[in-house]
Design a protein around this ligand. Structure first.
Ligand SMILES: *[C@@H]1O[C@H](CO)[C@@H](O)[C@H](O)[C@H]1NC(C)=O
Ligand SMILES: *[C@@H]1O[C@H](CO)[C@@H](O)[C@H](O)[C@H]1NC(C)=O
Ligand SMILES: *[C@@H]1O[C@H](CO)[C@@H](O)[C@H](O)[C@H]1NC(C)=O
Ligand SMILES: *[C@@H]1O[C@H](CO)[C@@H](O)[C@H](O)[C@H]1NC(C)=O
Length: 399
């Protein structure tokens, strides 16, 4: 008997061009531990590394990934909502020109500050000047790959985020182990810091940045590590005032740059007020604890005390703080939503910063990836989406 063979091939090619509110382009992120997605893991001498459980427990496989959080960073969440790919860490060994052209780069480094001398106690980290220097190297690499004109276009269409400053206070000014910092008062230090930041933003502009967000500071006097400085366990009022002062001057500097530089949109956003309200009224927002770290090493409280021997809180979505310094995934989501609202990215009515019931489980990245895109009325750049579906069916028919 002969075997008759039939092959059935169905190929459907569907090309849809539509505007789904996803942004064109990629992101370049400059920051500290609040935005680090793994650079410090590759800095072998760094004392600020999120490379042990329980960091990353609510992200992907649940293994540590370099983020100083149980889940997503604020930049992760904002980028997701803008429909932008998550840029890999600069030191990620898989980073190539093609990866950069698709995804951008994240230069953020735990312990880093606006000032070079900030975070010296962590031994190895990228300060903002260093991160900008690395970005300059990235630019040269891309220029070689795609040519000057295409490279200029690529970098002018990219989105830039700059989010540093808390280490300049917590791990520098307020720990005056560097002699020359004694000469500053609170307000002259804020001026020094914001003038330095202004200079850095101008360099980024020279290097092609046109759409740039600067994140302000939260009430950093209320992080668990600051609360333990007083016997009452209250927030450190002076530290909070420094954050407010930085936000006020930073906001003005960024807005002035935005109006004085040609063809740019530089914007400043902070979530100070909302986080302060969350800390004072956690129940209103579905949190049960806004004082203690969820991942805690009891009474031994230097900086990074979340490790496999630490105790975890029962419900990570009910804690504002993940460790001594850093907010939880859920708190980061509130911060991201508030920054988006302040920057006016969402069309008016979607005030997503209002109190919401806590999810039953700690939010997972997958949940974020699905929920986000359609909410975002991003910057006016949209790109056509091409969907190509190919179905191949091969059938052997016996006769
Ligand atoms: C800061 O560090 C960079 C190198 O990362 C260096 O080029 C620059 O001169 C330094 N600036 C100051 C003010 O020390
Ligand atoms: C690059 O752009 C300039 C000015 O827009 C143009 O004169 C030049 O021909 C372009 N170069 C290439 C290689 O396309
Ligand atoms: C401003 O941006 C637009 C669009 O990217 C560009 O066509 C134009 O040349 C830019 N103008 C200046 C002065 O850079
Ligand atoms: C936003 O709210 C205003 C009034 O609060 C309403 O008139 C408008 O239709 C709303 N827009 C959308 C897109 O829901």
């Amino acid at each position: 008997m002969k075997m008759a063979r039939a092959m059935l091939l169905i190929i459907t090619v569907l090309a849809v061009s539509s505007e789904l509110g996803s942004c064109k382009g990629v992101q370049f992120i400059f920051g500290d531990s609040l935005s680090d997605v793994g650079n410090n893991i590759y800095l072998s001498k760094s004392l600020a590394q999120a490379n042990l459980p329980w960091y990353g427990i609510d992200f992907g496989s649940g293994m540590p990934n370099g983020r100083f959080c149980n889940g997503r960073t604020v930049s992760d969440i904002i980028g997701d909502k803008m429909g932008l790919p998550r840029p890999p860490a600069f030191l990620d060994p898989s980073l190539t020109e093609d990866v950069i052209l698709e995804n951008g780069v994240n230069y953020a480094s735990g312990g880093g500050g606006i000032l070079n001398e900030t975070g010296g106690l962590f031994v190895q980290k990228f300060s903002l000047y260093k991160q900008i220097e690395l970005f300059q190297g990235t630019r040269e690499l891309i220029e070689k790959k795609i040519g000057v004109n295409a490279s200029e276009k690529f970098f002018s269409e990219a989105h830039y985020t700059v989010a540093l400053g808390s280490n300049d206070f917590i791990n520098n000014y307020l720990l005056p182990i560097y002699g020359d910092l004694w000469k500053y008062s609170d307000s002259s230090f804020i001026d020094y810091l914001t003038e330095t930041l202004e200079h850095q933003l101008k360099i980024l502009h020279t290097l092609g940045a046109r759409q740039l967000m600067v994140f302000g500071l939260g009430p950093m006097g209320c992080i668990p590590l600051q609360r333990v400085l007083s016997s009452s366990g209250d927030c450190q009022d002076r530290t909070n005032k420094l954050a407010l002062g930085f936000n006020k001057v930073g906001n003005k500097i960024v807005n002035d740059l935005s109006s004085n530089l040609k063809n740019v949109s530089f914007r400043f956003g902070d979530a100070y007020d909302v986080v302060e309200d969350v800390i004072n009224n956690p129940n209103k927002y579905g949190f049960s604890n806004s004082h203690d770290p969820c991942c805690s090493f009891g009474r031994i409280r230097p900086a990074l005390t979340c490790n496999p021997a630490s105790t975890l809180c029962k419900d990570r979505s009910k804690y504002v703080f993940w460790d001594e310094y850093h907010p939880t995934d859920r708190a980061n989501e509130m911060i991201a939503n508030e920054i988006i609202r302040k920057l006016g990215f969402l069309n008016g009515n979607q005030t997503i910063s209002r109190p919401a019931a806590a999810p039953a489980d700690a939010p997972s990245p997958a949940y974020a990836e699905n929920g986000a895109k359609s909410m975002m009325d991003c910057l006016p750049l949209t790109r056509g989406l091409e969907v190509i579906t190919i179905i191949l069916t091969a059938a052997d028919v016996m006769a």
